[in-house]
Design a protein around this ligand. Structure first.
Ligand code: NI
Length: 135
């Protein structure tokens, strides 16, 4: 099995808060991330596809094709957006890196034409990242 990864970047803002919580609870759980006006990140997204290289192409998946899928399905919808307000597929969820990574998986998994989606890695800051493998 070979693992092929495409790295992309996007910038977006978000606010972490739970509408079910009181203002005090939100401040206690999310601290500065609950700032009412939101705040931004330069995200790094890594999408990994697993499979065997085709006898015909030598590719697990053509990275040009993977790049186009990620652009159309994800980047065009989230880059320079406010994740709480502007992105239909994130409506109603708290846009933590965990929840964003899982939402990206749900969108991309059925769109991968060759090989199998193996992991979504989302880096929010240099020090903080999450990884989702579909379970
Ligand atoms: Ni944040």
């Amino acid at each position: 099995m070979i693992y092929v990864t495409r790295r992309s970047t996007f910038s977006a803002s978000h606010r972490l808060f739970n509408p079910q919580f009181s203002e005090e609870q939100n401040a206690a759980v999310f601290d500065k991330c609950a700032n009412p006006g939101g705040h931004g990140h330069n995200y790094v997204l890594e999408v990994t596809v697993a499979g065997e290289p085709g006898i015909d192409t030598g590719y697990v998946i053509d990275l040009k094709v993977l790049k186009q899928i990620i652009k159309k399905e994800i980047l065009d919808k989230v880059d320079h957006k406010h994740l709480n307000h502007d992105v239909a597929f994130l409506k109603g969820i708290i846009p933590t890196a965990e929840n964003i990574a899982r939402a990206f998986w749900e969108i991309l998994e059925p769109k991968i034409p060759r090989g199998k989606l193996h992991a979504i890695r989302l880096q929010e800051t240099e020090n903080n990242s999450v990884e989702y493998k579909g379970e």
